[in-house]
Structures are given as C-alpha cells and as structure tokens.
Design a protein around this ligand. Sequence first.
Ligand code: HEC
Length: 131
Amino acid sequence: MRITKPILAACLTVLSACGGESRPTDRESLVVPGELLSSAAARQRGSELFARHCALCHGERADGQGVRRNLSARAVDFTDPYWRDSVTPRDVYLVIRDGKRGTPMPAWRILTPEQTWDLTAFVLGVSADPP
Ligand code: HEC
C-alpha cells in the first residue's frame, strides 16, 4: 500500500494535466481507488468538504434539501438508495470534477483529485450511513 498511494496520486496529477482546464477528464483512463471509497477516513474528510462546498444546494443532510431552492434543476438526494444504485464511482467523480452541463451543478476544478475522491466516497456512502 505504501507504493500504491503515491503512484495513484501521480497518475491522477498527470491525467488532470493532460486533460487541460476545459476538456473533461478522460473517462477510460481514470483509475478508481477502490479501497479509499470504502474507507471511513475518506468519508469523514468528504463530509467536511461537503458541508463547506455542497450543502448549500444538496442539503446539510445530503438529502437534496439545501437552502438554495430556486435552481433550474433539483439537486440530487444522495440518501436515495435508487440514486446510489444508478451510478458508478467513476460517474460521480467525473460529475464533481467536470460539472453537469446545462444544469446548476458546477465543475469543482478547485478541488484536488484526492478531495474529489473523498467527496465521491462520502456521497456514495450516504444512503447506507446517513450523516
Ligand atoms: C449551485 C448548486 C450546487 C452545488 C453548490 C453543488 N451541486 Fe451537485 N448538483 C446540483 C444539481 C442541481 C444537480 C442535478 C443536475 C441534474 O439535473 O442532473 C447536481 C448533481 C450532482 C451530482 C450528479 C448526480 C447524478 O446522478 O447525476 C453529483 C454527484 C453532485 N451533484 C455532487 C456535488 C458535490 C460533491 C458538490 C460539492 C463539491 C456539489 N454537487 C455542489 C447542484 C449543485
């Protein structure tokens, strides 16, 4: 494990550098850190980032009931197990990183790949373990 983490970080850094600022991250070559996704520490870091950046729209309890209600599309309710089953970790990572065009969901380029995976771990864990 001591080797895997830095290599993974290096791969992600190279990937985001190659992708350029405006191009979406390359879907196929994205390496999903499976172990991190089930880590309690990653979810905890993700929940702190979520409170800071995402709760405004997605709600403090991640249930889609944020204080911003006048959006042109409903913010996703992450407590819904049907939502959880409809996505892959890769989908979630890329939506956070690249945003969702034509909807109020912004691209989070200010977050590092590590932070983005922490958030992915958090939102995917919400339906089983609500905040
Ligand atoms: C300005 C409001 C807003 C903020 C802030 C915001 N979101 Fe969203 N998000 C949305 C909306 C609205 C949608 C639904 C888009 C649609 O119609 O498909 C969405 C969709 C998503 C989806 C896609 C779900 C799916 O199945 O397509 C994910 C994942 C997500 N948001 C995560 C986050 C995370 C993580 C953050 C914080 C880093 C965040 N969002 C911040 C408004 C927001």
